[in-house]
Write a protein that binds this ligand. Sequence first.
Ligand code: KG4
Ligand code: ZN
Length: 343
Amino acid sequence: MKKNFKVLAIESSCDETSCAVVVDGRFCLSNIVTSQIDIHTRFGGVVPEVASRNHVTAIDNVVKLALKEAKCTLDEIDAIAVTYGAGLIGSLMVGVCYAKGLAYATKKPLIAVNHIYGHIAGNYLSNENLEPPFMCLLVSGGHTAIIKVEDYNHHEVIGETMDDAVGECFDKVARVLGLGYPGGPKVSKLAESGEANIKFTKPNDLGYNFSFSGMKTAVINYVHKIEQNGEAIPKADICASFEKWAVDELVSKTIKACLEQGFKKVVVAGGVSANRRLREELTKKANENGIECFIPKFEYCTDNAGMIGSAGYYAYRDGIGVADMTLSPNPSLDLQDYLLKKK
Ligand code: KG4
Ligand code: ZN
């Protein structure tokens, strides 16, 4: 692989339109992210049809801006990477079609990237010295899993959620408390001024797997009971208690997995990795157990194209992920699915 290999990456799986120029899988010359949060806030969540239309409007400018900020022309780009799943079908379609058009017109290789591999790779952009193998706690709006990352393109899921993803649970708790969308950051902010004094019961022992739907129901019932008694809802305490409960679940199982499976390094990835309590607890518990902990920079936690450029680089380097004009989005691409198989 030549040095200074530049990947232009596109991410449009949900409500962020993003384009980045990434060098050698490790460094972003640019990483433009335009969020549609303001548009979807009115509806209390992402409206898929509205999201796709806004991607169409935004994408061309976002790509041009990413090239401009990277001080780079299309000629200097070596390959084009794009998220092809999982995500919202209409949203993915916009990024995939744009990337295909660009690859065809410029005769550059097209690399198809699994969004989840992107989240893991956000850590390569954040921690210069991080190399596999490591254990990864993946926590996003759609997934919650413990993944053994044996090598850049060799992942094994050893635990996942049996129902809701943890990000989804943060969002639902926020909705019950009337905090708005997206819920995660709002719950987390309010938790800072609350006390974790409400005891929510733990789910049965599920090994490395998780269950979050019971917790969601517990919070809803708790709030309804207080409302029926005509009392004020202690929102900050509920947020703090829920957050502590969720973080304890995530951290204890991840550390257990590291110790039992003999992993000396742990990373966290996905939107919920922006959660301060999770970052602090994982770092603390890892240190106590002699495990080195890596966390992504905030800009690489939630959806962004930089992470897709990094995952795309390593896929291309290892001879996988190369797509052609038949590439189509896969909204339900599995966690375990490799980037396109070796040809
Ligand atoms: O990875 P991501 O950007 O999108 C998916 O691939 O799903 O994750 C979005 C999720 C949302 O559920 C959001 O509420 C959550 O990440 N999130 C947080 C925080 N920031 C984002 N959850 C807890 N604390 C945060 N600070
Ligand atoms: Zn994501």
